[in-house]
Structure formats: structure tokens, C-alpha cells
Write a protein that binds this ligand. Structure first.
Ligand SMILES: [Zn+2]
Ligand SMILES: [Zn+2]
Length: 293
């Protein structure tokens, strides 16, 4: 269900989604940045997931860090949370004055405390030396884990659902309803019926995807190959199943992101597309960094 458009007093620009990073996994590579996306609503930035380098990706996307209002973490794998504190901290160093709320699973509150301790020196010295507002009150967190609505304003409703990404528990998907469009971010998950329900009639479904035939080649390049392959198959979604989720949900556009492998130059967009379209005849977009939707 969309937020009631009559609730808005004027006619602001429709919400826009920018893919900031479309790689899956924690290893840096030269093709794609770490998982992150930003939803821009009335000039405010809502960032979903914070792989390393997310602040730089926002700058490259032309989004001022001072526009940051909320951050949403799907789960606590480092490709999704590495820079959540760093993002707010660098926004503060760039002139942020309004509080930012980070939503995500426990132990988010403890992680915030540890971040403040880790960077206490820089925070203290910049506050005193550069006359900045105190940082800690701007860096707020809200632990979420149970399915349901976690934020509701006149222009935005945010709903979470639990998805299946063993052994990480909980792993969350997010739905963002604005007056003009509904956007769903899968987070990391296997094929998941709860996600189908969350993504019902969504305009954009950003779903993680792996290209299964290329996985053997991928794990052959890193250590621990067998365990790696077992993890991928037990915790992630083949592109064809991402298409199946989009079809069952009735989503209008499927965006493949969190691509695994993300650094195999022999994989073309056409190959991803053919997999995603096995069970889905809607529009499919193969994600790339800084693509605006
Ligand atoms: Zn991931
Ligand atoms: Zn993960």
C-alpha cells in the first residue's frame, strides 16, 4: 500500500533511487563498489546498507552528505555495515547538523558505542578545534528485528520483513512506500516467501542475485573453495529465483544488484538478463554503480 499522496501539502519531486554499490561480498574489486543504495525524498537521503566507501559513492552520485537523514542496515555482514558509523561521522565532518537515525538489527546500539570510543580522539579534536556541534547526539540508532512498520511520515512509510540468510540472524528486507512509488530492497537472502509478500505490487524490487554457472570459477580463485560455494548456495539467490520472486510479487521492475560474481568480465548483462527472465516477464535492470532509477 502506498502512502496517501494527499498527505503531502505541495507536489514535491518523486522519490529517486540511486544504486551506490552493486557488488556482492566483502572483497574489494575494481568493477563495482560495495552494497549500498540511496533513496532521495524531498532532498533528504535515506541510505540502505553501508559497504565500505559509501560516503565517497554518495559524493560521486552528487548527493551532499549533509542531506543524510536515515540509514537502514539489512544485516551485519561487513559488505553491508562496514561504513555505517563512518558515513555519519564523515557527514558530520562535512557540516551535518541534523540528527541521523540508523535502523538495523542488534547489537547496533553496542556497535555505535564502540564506534564512538574508537574515534573519540578525532571527534573530540574536531569538536574543539573546528567548532563543530557535538557528534554523539547526531548519531542515533534504533535496533529493529521484528517485522512491521519502523518509520512513518507524511511522505514515507518504511516496513521491514525477516528474510533467510543463514547463519546471519536476523537478516532484514526493507520496503519504502512513498506517494509515487514503492521500492523494496531484498538485503541478502535465499528465495524467500516473506519477501514475496513484502514486495507485493512494488514498483522497484532491488534483489540480490548470483550467477550460478560462474560460481565454481569464482570460488576457485579464493581459499576455502568448497565452504565458500556451500555458503553461497545456502544463503543467496540465483538470478532466476530473483525473477521468480519478482513475478510472484507482481513487482513492476526487477533490479539485480549485490551481484555474485561481481568481478567476472566474461559475464555480460545479457547473460544476467536471460537468467532473470526465466520466470519473469516484467522489466529487468542489471544494476550498475551510480545508476539512478
Ligand atoms: Zn552481502
Ligand atoms: Zn550477507
Amino acid at each position: 500500500m502506498r502512502v496517501d499522496p494527499t498527505a503531502s501539502p505541495s507536489s514535491p519531486a518523486p522519490a529517486r533511487l540511486i544504486l551506490l554499490g552493486t557488488a556482492g561480498g566483502p572483497r574489494p574489486n575494481r568493477y563495482r563498489a560495495s552494497p549500498a543504495q540511496v533513496l532521495l525524498i524531498d532532498g533528504e537521503a535515506h541510505v540502505i546498507d553501508c559497504g565500505y566507501g559509501v560516503a565517497r559513492q554518495l559524493v560521486l552520485a552528487g548527493v551532499p552528505l549533509t542531506a543524510l537523514r536515515c540509514v537502514y542496515l539489512t544485516h551485519h555482514h561487513s559488505d553491508h555495515n562496514a561504513d555505517f558509523g563512518t558515513l555519519v561521522w564523515l557527514a558530520w565532518a562535512s557540516g551535518l547538523r541534523a540528527p541521523v537515525t540508523v535502523f538495523g538489527p542488534p547489537p547496533l546500539a553496542e556497535m555505535r558505542e564502540l564506534f564512538l570510543r574508537l574515534h573519540a580522539y578525532d571527534i573530540a579534536v574536531r569538536t574543539a578545534d573546528e567548532g563543530r556541534v557535538p557528534f554523539a547526539p547526531l548519531f542515533q540508532v534504533r535496533e529493529v528485528a521484528a517485522p512491521g512498520v519502523v518509520l512513518e511520515t507524511a511522505r514515507l512509510r518504511v516496513t521491514i520483513e525477516r528474510v533467510h540468510h543463514p547463519p546471519v540472524e536476523p537478516a532484514l528486507a526493507y520496503r519504502f512506500d512513498t506517494p509515487e512509488r514503492a521500492v523494496v530492497i531484498s538485503g541478502d537472502t535465499t528465495y524467500c516467501p516473506a519477501l514475496v509478500a513484502l514486495a507485493r505490487d512494488a514498483d522497484l524490487l532491488v534483489h540480490e542475485a548470483m550467477y550460478v554457472p560462474a560460481l565454481e570459477r569464482l570460488v576457485g580463485r579464493v581459499g576455502n573453495a568448497r565452504r565458500q560455494l556451500e555458503h553461497l548456495l545456502a544463503s543467496h539467490t540465483p538470478a532466476a529465483d530473483a525473477g521468480r520472486v519478482a513475478a510472484e510479487a507482481g513487482a513492476r521492475t526487477l533490479v539485480l544488484s549485490h551481484l555474485v560474481p561481481c568481478d567476472d568480465p566474461t559475464l555480460s548483462d545479457t547473460m544476467w538478463l536471460e537468467e532473470a527472465q526465466r520466470h519473469y516477464d516484467g522489466q529487468v535492470v542489471i544494476g550498475r554503480d551510480l545508476l539512478a532509477l
